[in-house]
Design a protein. Structure first.
Length: 214
């Protein structure tokens, strides 16, 4: 039997792992235009969002798309769709248990600035995680290696002591190439998917033990 890898920290992706958007978000966004054009419109909005994941203001990017499509809804009304986030409370509880056991837990997510503000100010992540890392704050997005390098520099850990969980296979492979342990999390599978992914790992010396030895 293979010896479990020793880790000190876990990086959790946000969407699809600890949270998800409302199931009807695409329908809500597509309702801005005629039904036959909805999918094309949604794809264009998502392309605009991708362009600002590493920094920049999503609001004017979205406004330009609305203008091209002659959508008469105020941009602030459309932006409310990005506020519709459902947090997986069972996952949050599991993360707290990991932290109680000595594992550092971080949120590591690609987000544009508007949604970052929603997550920072309205969701319980300040209490749930040791820290939060957003691509728009870091100036670089997954799957670029600089994304992982910046986070590891901030948490002061080598790649082999960190596990990365994400529902995007491209991001997982990029993390593995960088030297992190990385596992593909089944999208929106919930907390039941966590134990099998963690079964091959064990915690390094718990933080409370380290503190007691100082």
């Amino acid at each position: 039997m293979a010896k479990p890898a020793v880790i000190s920290a876990i990086l959790f992706d946000a969407d699809g792992v600890v949270q998800q958007a409302r199931p009807d978000w695409r329908t809500r966004l597509g309702s801005c235009v005629a039904p036959e054009a909805a999918e094309t419109f949604v794809d264009e909005v998502l392309d605009a969002e991708l362009s600002v994941l590493s920094g920049g203001d999503f609001t004017p990017a979205l406004q330009r798309v609305l203008d091209r499509w002659q959508v008469d809804r105020p941009v602030q009304e459309v932006l409310r769709i990005w506020e519709l986030i459902m947090v997986d409370q069972k996952m949050i509880t599991a993360i707290q248990q990991l932290r109680d056991g000595g594992i550092l837990c971080y949120l590591a997510t690609n987000q544009q600035e508007f949604r970052r503000r929603v997550m920072r100010t309205r969701l319980p992540y300040d209490q749930a995680f040791d820290d939060q890392f957003y691509s728009c704050e870091l100036g670089v997005a997954k799957p670029k290696h600089e994304y992982f390098a910046t986070i590891l520099s901030r948490i002061d850990l080598p790649p082999h002591r960190v596990l990365f969980l994400d529902d995007n296979a491209i991001n997982v492979m990029a993390a593995q190439r960088f030297g992190l342990h990385a596992q593909l999390f089944p999208a929106n599978a919930g907390v039941s998917a966590l134990p099998p992914l963690l079964s091959g790992y064990q915690a390094a010396v718990p933080r409370r033990s380290m503190a007691a030895s100082v």
